[in-house]
Design a protein around this ligand. Structure first.
Ligand code: GLU
Length: 477
């Protein structure tokens, strides 16, 4: 979305970049090298559909190759354009550096309304798009590894993986050419929920630091916090579901394409999602909350945490001054424009920035890529050995208790949990949690350590750009 009088999405990302580099000691040449997008490939291809040839326009942009492969999703939307794809590719570079996934940044997009085509047609279109990218090494396990983004998911990734395998029959690492595949096609447990899960872990880490919460005028933990979420797609749905079902947060409003649902007593996220699945993705007649036609207005409602999880640019100069949330978590990429960011900062609103808040997706993509390259499921070798060692300890404790007549009893719940070795999902969650905690602390150190930094977004850019600069310096350009 581009708002009149505001810079484009790519310009907005550039301005945020410059705000951070102004506080860094990098030469202007290196700054420029890091900032610019290395290349954008545009493809126009035809597919014979419904008796005629349809032409589609697609992009794959590579922002930075300081590490390879480069990484980033492929988006299917009518709004896709070069500026957007380049902005998103830049954010991938910074995101990967911030959460230490060893990738450069890339992004792809196809101008298409995925709802306008049936499954078989989408498969033809996806395979053809993938063919165009594969033959130029813009999909390749060692060079460029796409993933899902808005409008794409496991199904599209499985088609892309299969297309690559057909064109590279002897590549033993073929499956690692794309992430976000379904588990039965080389995917990993926990990838679908990963971005939403990452938002949850980010918020938990934020509230583990009471001084940080206090900067947003908040205290305690997530229990009882009033949440407004915009977008009940993959990211917004999982984030809102986990926060409400596992952390006691209260989702008081959900904003979607056809307006918003509001209920101050809390909304059952799973119930709404089921409703949408049965009703063409519409909220309108949902019976257990008030339906508000003007969804944009609901972004401005009083709450503790606002989670924009849909499009870029939704908080802009036209509404920033009226946003009441003291804490915003950018689950989407670029939901706040540069201008709006300035307004919100001046108001004292704390923003957990996109490149950190939504990094759970690429983090678990990294685990999937490693799994594909190692050709073995995480936990397969260790799990039973781990359980065996735990069992020895439990049996020894029980023996001691019996022999010494101590009368100790391990509770059945403790025993069950303690004896359970980590399966793939448990390991993925552990790795994601560790990643989110570590990256938060890196940002926080800069945020609190340097008074001129002022907010988490600038801190995130400084950490990330610093790491990219170090890579360039050590390897040469
Ligand atoms: N599209 C997601 C993002 O914006 C995931 C990228 C990936 O897994 O490579 O971060």
């Amino acid at each position: 979305m581009s708002v009149a009088g505001e810079p484009s999405f790519r310009e907005s990302v550039d301005m945020m970049f410059r705000r951070a580099t102004a506080l860094m000691d990098l030469g202007p040449g290196l700054q420029e090298k890091i900032r610019v997008c290395n290349s954008t490939y545009t493809v126009r291809f035809g597919v014979r559909l419904r008796g005629k040839i349809e032409t589609f326009v697609g992009y794959r942009s590579v922002h930075s190759e300081h590490m390879e492969p480069v990484k980033g999703g492929i988006r299917y939307s009518l709004g896709v354009n070069q500026d957007e794809v380049e902005a998103l590719a830049a954010l991938m570079t910074y995101k990967c550096a911030l959460v230490e996934t060893p990738f450069g940044g890339s992004k792809g997009g196809l101008c298409i309304d995925p709802r306008a085509w049936d499954e078989h047609e989408l498969e033809q279109i996806t395979r053809r798009f993938a063919y165009e990218l594969i033959k130029r090494d813009l999909i390749n396990p060692a060079q460029n590894v796409p993933a899902p983004d808005m409008g794409t998911g496991e199904r599209e990734m499985a088609w892309i993986a299969d297309q690559y395998a057909r064109m590279n029959t002897t590549d033993i690492n073929a499956k690692a050419c794309v992430t976000g595949k379904p588990p039965h096609a080389g995917g990993i447990q926990g990838r679908v929920e990963a971005t939403g899960r990452g938002v949850q872990y980010a918020l938990r880490e934020f509230f583990r630091n009471p001084e940080d919460a206090a900067m947003a005028g908040l205290s305690g933990d997530l229990d009882g916090k009033r949440v407004v979420v915009q977008g009940l797609g993959n990211v917004g749905y999982h984030a809102a579901k986990f926060l409400s079902e596992e952390d006691g947060a209260k989702v008081i409003a959900i904003i979607e394409r056809d307006g918003a649902l509001v209920n101050e007593d809390g909304i059952d996220v799973e119930d709404v999602r089921q409703w949408m699945n049965r009703n063409d993705g519409l909220l309108a007649a949902y019976p257990k909350a008030k339906h508000v036609v003007d969804g944009a207005k609901v972004l401005e409602m009083a709450c503790d945490i606002l989670i924009p999880a849909a499009l870029e640019g939704v908080i802009n100069l036209s509404n920033a001054a009226r946003i009441q949330a003291p804490l915003i978590v950018e689950a989407a990429n670029g939901p706040i424009t540069y201008g709006a960011d300035e307004v919100l900062r001046a108001k004292g609103c704390v923003i957990i920035p996109d490149m950190y808040a939504n990094a759970g997706g690429v983090t678990v993509s990294y685990f999937e890529w490693v799994k594909n390259l190692s050709h073995i499921r995480f936990g397969r070798m260790q799990r039973r050995a781990e359980e065996g060692r735990s069992r020895i300890l439990v049996e020894e404790l029980e023996r001691l208790s019996n022999d010494q007549h101590l009368g100790w009893q391990l509770t059945p719940d403790f025993k069950k949990k303690f004896l359970q070795g980590s399966d793939e999902l448990a390991l993925v969650r552990s790795g994601l949690d560790d990643t989110m905690r570590t990256a938060y602390q890196a940002m926080r150190e800069v945020w609190h350590g340097r008074p001129e930094v002022g907010d988490l977004r600038v801190a995130a850019y400084i950490v990330s750009i610093g790491r990219i600069a170090a890579t360039y310096k050590s390897k040469g350009l």
